[in-house]
Every structure is written in C-alpha cells, then in structure tokens.
Design a protein. Sequence first.
Length: 393
Amino acid sequence: MAGSATTRLISGLYSRSLDVLGLLRQRGGGEAATRQAPRFSISRTAQLVGRTAAAIREAEKDGRLPTVARTESGRRVGYTLAEINQMRAVFGTRPWRAPEDLAAVIAVQNFKGGVGKSTVATHLAQYLAIKGYRVCLIDCDSQGSATTMFGYVPDLDIAEDDTLYPFIRNAEISSLAGVVRPTHWDGLFLVPANLKLYSAEYELAARIARHEPALLNRLAEGIASIAAHFDVIILDPPPALGTLSLSVMRAANALLVPIPPTVVDFTSTTSFLAMLYETIGALEERGLPIDLRWMRFLATRADEQKSMQRELLGLMRNLFGETLLRTVLKDSAEIDNASARLMTVYELEQPVTSRETYQRCMTYLNAANLEIETVVRLTWPSHADRLREEGIL
Ligand SMILES: Nc1ncnc2c1ncn2[C@@H]1O[C@H](COP(=O)(O)OP(=O)(O)OP(=O)(O)O)[C@@H](O)[C@H]1O
Ligand SMILES: [Mg+2]
C-alpha cells in the first residue's frame, strides 16, 4: 500500500472510531455537560449524612434545609449529592480533613498496562465524593481513560490547554487551578487529559536531559497549588516509566498498586517494584525525594474460579501481608458494561447485567474503597477521635 493510501486508511479509521465513541456515549451516560450523578433514597441519604431520616425531615420542616423536590404523586425524587453535602454542612457531619492534616495524594500506579488503574482511580474518586470528601482526580495519561469515564471524548472535547500540559511546561503559570474543572459529582473535580499529553513526555524528557531536572517537580508544585481545597487528590498515570510517571511518583504521598492475580501481571509488578526502587534513588539524587505515607496493593480483575489465580492470590497475601488490601476486585461484567457506556458502576441507576451481579460488584467496590478511605483517615490526626469511636483505632 502506498504511503498516502495508508494515511488515508488510518485517518478514516480514526474518524470512524471517534464516531463510535460518540455513539457509545450517547447510548450510555451521555455528554459530560448533560450528565447527572445518581440520586439517593432517603434511607441511603440518612446513612450517608450520619443523621436519621426523621432528623432530615425535621430540618426540612423547620427551614434549616430546603424542601425537597417531589413527584406529582408527592413522592420524594431522591436527593442529589449536592443536597446531601448541604445536609452534611447543616448537621456538621462533613468528613473533611483539618487544615493541618496532609491532603492525600494517591498515585494509582503500576507500569503494566490494563491492570485496572483507571477503573480503580475513577471508582475511588466517586466513592470518596459520595462520602462527602473534596476530591480531585488528575488524569495524567494521554489515553484519557479516566476523562472518558466522565463523559468526554478526549480528542473531541478536550484541548491541550485544558490539560496538565501547559502548567508543566511553563514555569510562569503559578497554579493548576485553571484546569481543575467541576464534574457532575458534587465535590469531585477533574483535570482531564488528551493525546497532547503524549508530547509532554518527549518535551519533558528532552528538557530534563538538557539540565532541567526540576521539571520533574512541576506536577508536585501544581498539586501543592491546589491541595488546600481538597482532602484527596488521585493521580491516574500512564502505564510506562516515562517523565509523567516519574512526576506522578514525585508528587504522590501514597501509592496504590492494582495487580491482577495472573503470573504475567505478577511478573511485571515485580519489575515495577524494582524500577520503583531505582526511580526513588534516581529522584533522590536529583534532590527530589519521594515521601510515601502508605503503600497498598489491590488485587484486581480476579477470577477466583481459576485455580491458578486462587493460588497466586494466596501467594500474594503471604508476600505482601497487610499491604495487600483484604478486598479483591473481581472481574465483573458490570464494570465492563459500565465502561462500555463510558460510565462507572457508581453512576449506573440500575444494573446493566443482573441485580445480583450489580450488588456483588458494588459490595466489593465499596469494601475496597472503604479500606483505602480508612488508610487515608489514619494519616489525619483530626480523624483520630472518630476512628476510635468507630473501633478502628
Ligand atoms: N474488575 C474488573 N472487571 C471487569 N473489567 C475490568 C475490571 N477492571 C478493569 N476492567 C476493564 O479492563 C480494561 C482495562 O482497565 P483500565 O483501563 O482501568 O486499566 P489501566 O491499568 O488503567 O490501563 P492502562 O494501562 O491502559 O492505563 C477496561 O476495559 C476496564 O473496563
Ligand atoms: Mg489507565
């Protein structure tokens, strides 16, 4: 095939792929601008707010809370996350960290591709937002998978200036705030990514080689510029050891490593640990130490029907001890189906598969995310009393 025919073929395929993405989005959660986060029933709301349903109704009656929207038949339509957060403010049950507590900056990292990094990062971000934390999810991957889960088609909807890229390359920009955008989840903000971020890898590598090692610190600086507004900042890096991944490691103060229990993934995670060890050394030599408060492994995409996987899970448990989260994220058709709609499981109003599969999936997603939430809270002195009351400390 002649060169021009090849490029025509590829560009044709590219534009048709964009059409397909647009279609999947339309069939699923729709465009970012029109999306709405799920509503919560009064009983779930009461649980999330930390007050009884009666206390909420009382506050609505006496005007401390606005009256809730009702259907024509007089039924409550359910509360939005924004309404729930308003209740938390009125009742004093917001779980925010104290200003002296360190904002958690969690890198969901493994240099292996397809292990579930973006899935874990987006579900964790939305879980924490539902719990009432102030969360920022930073998509550091030019593939833009996390961005897609919020209803954007990165190559159509996101410009280079909407991403991390301008901040990282221009020392004159003093804050990352300009690219932090609200999402349809109250309290959850996103820094989106698109393919342009791939150029950052090359540009940064060249400039760092030409004696600008401090560039590896730019993402850390950007995060420092917004951290006061958030409890948790989650970083979703690309699956390779490049300058962006190094920047992510430098910026993070916590590391969550998704790892499917297969021999191939286990092998690459072992290499990841070796590379991490070298990376930490290399960054330290440049005067850019990595200071992790905690590190956890999370078994993902597990199929416990397979004896080999069960065996490997046992091995991982022995090896990683308590750094391996107790919960295993099983391979679930619900996650697959939600992502095919450019959505997360938390966003689904009803099961895509069966109620049972959906419930099972929700149960282990919530359990894994609760474990992570607890590890984060354990680093916050202001949460010590509450953790004692909950019997965790
Ligand atoms: N527990 C799971 N059950 C079913 N499908 C899953 C699960 N976790 C992830 N997936 C699917 O696997 C694919 C890869 O997941 P994901 O994009 O999260 O991995 P990743 O590590 O971020 O990949 P990359 O390295 O390319 O960034 C996606 O299609 C996702 O929907
Ligand atoms: Mg990813």
